[in-house]
Design a protein around this ligand. Sequence first.
Ligand code: SF4
Length: 345
Amino acid sequence: MQELDVLIEVLKSKHDIDKESIVKLLTCKESKSIYAAADEVRSCVVGKEVHLRGLIEFSSYCCRTCFYCGLRSANSTLKRYRLEPKEILECASRAVAYGLKTIVLQSGEDKSYSINVLCKIVQAIKGMDVAVTLSIGELKRSEYAELKKAGADRYLLRIETSNENLYNGLHPGMSYKNRVRCLYDLKELGYETGTGCLIGIPGQTIDMLAEDLLFFKKLDADMIGMGPFIPCDGTPLEKSEGGKVDLVYRMMSLTRLFLPEVNMPVTTALGVKDYNGYKNGLMCGANVIMPNMGMSEYKKMYAIYPGKGESINNMENQIENIKKVVFELGRSIGVDYGSRRKTTK
Ligand code: SF4
């Protein structure tokens, strides 16, 4: 047996290898057998269901200035929007009418919504018999606790990179230590906690990506989202080179092998960079797709990076297209909340 085959077999059975071996798998020429192993583990551990999460991007205002993101507050060219609570609930009930069992509320860090208002929105959506995921950035532990008490089930907060120096350099006014504090607070408060990284961001090395995988494992993350870095106009990184999709597929596959139970979406960024992103992502360990259920007039305005929102047609077509890809792969659409299935603990 070749060394790489041995490493893949060890990962398939033990779901753990050292950093040096991860680097070998991230850099070797052979990708097909890594993808196939991830697909096999995905099938055995989380099954063939693909869970659809209805994404509502409810505000494009953000007080932060992350170097790679088009929503950064310093980007004065961006036209912004903010939905009223009533409009958020209308989007949620439309998503529920399409049969979706999770609503994801995402925004920039927009302090104009009080925790009290956000709790009321969460409570109202929970009344629709769905799971609620929040993705609204860094908060105090007490605020995460209030939202959990209001019924929120899950929280997405990508670490973007687990390298402290790189993180601090990309996020002026923010700190790696606080980001990590947020993630551990979320875990301790009982949220299903999602994180992930940006692949191909300037300054990132393969070693750092290997460390990202070790970080996800140490956190015991419940959800992992990864996408390629896409340079965006109006940001300090607008002229940089973008991330490579092959490396994203490699990282997704290794994530499934490393954390077999995790819920892992095909991210929108991947769909922008690869026309067959849904199909390819689902074959590299993914089991989640997040159709955009926000108000159509605002979808293109949530411009984290260029191209986002352009392929989104009407909601019915969007969901039908996703179902077509899912069924062509012999997979099915999840009918329950699609929470993490714990099998190894
Ligand atoms: S990545 Fe998030 S926190 Fe940073 S500027 Fe963009 S929306 Fe704001």
